[in-house]
Ligand binder design. Structure first.
Ligand code: IPD
Ligand code: CA
Ligand code: CA
Length: 473
């Protein structure tokens, strides 16, 4: 089967936490010889081959610099310390290789290190078997930033550069990957990205776990980047929720019975407004805790609930979520619901399916009698509670069981993930369902009003979400 894309890894600083180790050894020898500024000089050698490294050191320390002796001493220290599989791995190395192997993605290595050392280090770490091809420093004439090494890797893998993703930590690696016409993914190691890197890298991600998630996404480039950035904002808000100081958890009642808001609802919404509008400045922003309710029929609109499940949050019941919907021209375009307690990130992009932590999800194929029914009824809509419980009772008699979680967004995600079959609520606000609506739809389910009409996003309405089977009885 023809694979859609391949992934090419740099080795030092991406797979092995070796750049830090190399620099430490270089600094130790520099101290022995009374050489100054070795840290800064060594940073310039990152991602370069032997020849380029020599040139950098000779330029820094003058013509009389005993390069060979210096390299030997630092290399001896390095090997005595890190040989035989003792070289530390970067986080999530095994996860990304296992994940890509499961997906059947061809993998190559493109490292400036010599082939003998590459083979030794990868086999000591038990990783060599993951690679379909190896391109090493002594196999190409020009080292990174020349694109040669990546072009050769693509040729050996039999993929066009535009179908190859390159994972790199170094500036020169990103430059080389960019000039080769591949998709550079920067996972910074020692050096933080600058403007040039932000422009040349398709995306900059904090670690290999996120890189795997990105590679699994059906949509990359602009929309994928936006989705990744929104996920990062949702995770940041999740940390605010998890680390909330409960002693000073100021609860202010809103209108109606048991209608609460905490200072964290406001705090999370402020973060969302600030960060989401930085990602998409042309969008309008509508949040539960804000004043603006205007959703335009053209352009982008974020509709967010900073904490869906506020009563649960107040009670520390561990069932709340951050819900971020993005409409485009009035239609759901992207949805993110993050449950920080379970570290579950539900996502959907219109036309590309729904995912939970990077794995595709689908509604169940069970009918109502074999299904779980979820429902909600906010205590502040007192006039609806009797009818809600009557309907719930009716479903209770016809299904396996019923549940009331306290978060509409998570209920919708449970339908999408096939954990439950039907969810209803007689009135909800757009921020409760803007994200979940798309996540259910993209997972193969169906969302309408309770009466079977189209759900709207500019005013409250009832919601009936099903797997497409459980509703038809
Ligand atoms: C509420 C929750 C709840 C639902 C209510 C919503 P909040 O949102 O989603 O499950 O039954 O109708 O208002 O107030 O916690 O953001
Ligand atoms: Ca809500
Ligand atoms: Ca809320």
């Amino acid at each position: 089967m023809k694979k859609e894309f391949a992934v090419i890894f740099d080795m030092d600083g991406v797979i092995f936490d070796s750049e830090r180790a190399y620099i430490e050894c270089m600094e130790e020898v520099a101290d022995m010889h009374g050489l100054e500024n070795m840290h800064e000089v060594a940073l310039q050698c990152i991602g370069r081959n032997e020849q380029a490294t020599k040139q950098i050191l000779m330029e820094a320390y003058g013509e009389d610099f005993a390069y060979d002796e210096y390299r030997k001493q630092s290399s001896d220290i390095f090997h005595s310390r890190y040989d035989n599989g003792r070289l530390p791995l970067k986080p999530y190395v095994n996860d990304i290789f296992e994940g890509l192997e499961k997906m059947g993605v061809p993998i190559a290595l493109a490292s400036s290190t010599r082939k003998a050392s590459v083979i030794q280090e990868l086999s000591d770490a038990g990783l060599l078997h993951y690679f379909d091809e190896l391109v090493c420093g002594d196999m190409v004439e020009k080292s990174k930033p020349s694109p040669d090494i990546f072009l050769k890797a693509c040729e050996m893998l039999g993929v066009a550069p535009e179908n190859a993703y390159v994972i790199e930590d170094s500036y020169n690696g990103i430059r080389a990957a960019f000039d080769a016409g591949t998709h550079p993914i920067m996972v910074p190691d020692i050096i933080a990205p600058d403007d040039e890197m932000r422009q040349k890298a398709e995306i900059i991600l904090p670690d290999l776990e996120r890189a795997l998630e990105y590679l699994k996404m059906p949509v990359k480039n602009e929309t994928g980047r936006l989705l990744c950035s929104i996920e990062a904002v949702a995770r940041e808000c999740g940390n605010v929720i998890l680390n909330a100081d409960r002693d000073t958890n100021v609860i202010a009642s809103k209108e109606g019975h048991a209608n609460f808001v905490t200072k964290y609802d406001k705090k999370v919404q402020d973060i969302l407004e600030d960060k989401l509008l930085k990602l998409l400045p042309e969008a309008v922003f509508v949040g539960e805790e804000g004043e603006n309710n205007e959703i335009l029929s053209s352009g982008y609109a974020f509709i967010v609930d900073p904490i869906d499940g506020t009563t649960n949050f107040i009670k520390d019941y561990h069932a709340s979520a951050i819900s971020i919907g993005l409409l485009k021209d009035g239609h759901p375009f992207l949805g993110v619901v993050y449950n920080p307690y379970l570290d579950e990130m539900f996502t959907a992009v219109s036309g590309y399916g729904s995912y939970c932590n990077g794995e595709k999800i689908h509604v169940s194929d069970k009918d109502l009698s074999n299904g779980i029914v979820l429902f909600g009824t906010a205590p502040y809509y007192e006039e609806l509670s009797r009818k809600s419980f009557d309907v719930a009772y009716d479903y209770f008699k016809r299904s396996m069981d019923i549940r009331r979680s306290g978060s509409a967004a998570l209920d919708l995600c449970s339908i999408a993930a096939g954990r439950a079959e039907l969810y209803f609520e007689l009135i909800l606000q757009p921020w409760d369902y803007a994200a979940g609506f798309l996540i259910v739809n993209e997972a193969g389910g169906k969302v309408t009003t309770f009466e079977g009409q189209e759900v709207c996003f500019d005013k409250p309405c009832s919601v009936l979400a099903t797997n497409g089977i459980a509703g038809c009885v």
